[in-house]
Design a protein around this ligand. Structure first.
Ligand SMILES: [Zn+2]
Length: 274
């Protein structure tokens, strides 16, 4: 569907953890078109994307920009590349994971981004901003002509963002939120779900949520030194079985952030206030 002239949103396939299917954005200037993300890697989703592209017409497709390493965002990029020959690009810090996990070693990225690049599509410009956190190589794309931001999973409307210690960084995530807020977008097109019409309010809520979690952990540790499992039981009571691993990873991410900031110390598996 065309959200506004030249900005199309496609959402096909599986809903990860019950949130809406990943959004793929097709941005069309007067000279060129680009996909921001590619959705899942499967034949049906790929066919639906190619059919949409054919129906909508417009200037030639020149590339797929992958916002980050996850399969719901970068999974289909290899099929698009193989089918159309267009270039693939992503951030340097997610490069290895994308080439190994998404491309299965069958291709390398055509262009490695660091943030700060821009793609001129004719009348619409894609400005690439490095917003590490959800993954260390997560990217956000601004379209200054419209004052809109494509936030991928860095800012979502229906849930907070998962930050796993193995691939992300909570300290950097909070810094990225502050940076995005300072850019004052008029509208956010997120990686899942509906456009966010009050970006400032939503980003502020997400920052407040992390502060709240941090205060909870510090309050718990002020009672007694505790392990990740003990903190998890208090902070995420009644979490369904399939979400428990992710919940523990969120606690761990918070503990890493607080340790890096010198506010807590680890003694083996047990964390204590400094
Ligand atoms: Zn993701």
């Amino acid at each position: 569907m065309e959200l506004e002239p030249g900005i199309h949103q496609l959402a096909h396939g599986l809903k990860p953890f019950g949130i809406p299917a990943p959004n793929v954005y097709l941005i069309q200037g007067t000279d060129a078109s680009m996909f921001i993300d590619s959705g899942w890697d499967n034949e049906d989703d790929h066919a639906a994307r190619m059919a949409y592209l054919k129906d909508v017409g417009g200037p030639p497709l020149t590339g797929v920009l992958i916002t980050h390493r996850h399969g719901d965002h970068g999974g289909g990029a290899l099929r698009i590349h193989q089918d159309t020959g267009v270039s693939t690009s992503a951030h340097r810090l997610d490069q290895q994971a994308i080439e190994a996990e998404r491309f299965g070693g069958a291709a390398t990225l055509d262009s490695i981004l660091d943030g700060g690049e821009s793609f001129d599509l004719g009348g619409l410009t894609l400005q690439v901003v490095h917003t590490p956190g959800h993954t260390v190589g997560s990217l956000t794309v601004l379209i200054p002509e419209r004052n809109v931001m494509l936030s991928a999973d860095t800012v979502l409307g229906m849930t907070t963002t998962v930050v796993r210690p193995s691939e992300g960084d909570l300290g950097k995530y909070v810094e990225s939120l502050h940076m995005l807020r300072a850019l004052k977008p008029g509208l956010i097109y997120p990686g899942h779900g509906e456009p966010l019409i009050d970006p400032d309010d939503r980003i502020r809520q997400l920052i407040d949520h992390r502060i709240h979690r941090e205060e909870q952990i510090l309050a718990e540790l002020s009672k007694a030194p505790q392990s990740i499992d003990q903190l998890f039981q208090t902070i995420y009571p009644n979490l369904p079985e399939e979400r428990q691993r992710i919940g523990k990873e969120q606690v761990e991410s918070q503990l890493i952030k607080l340790t890096n900031e010198g506010r807590i110390v680890a003694d083996g598996e047990v964390y204590a206030l400094k």
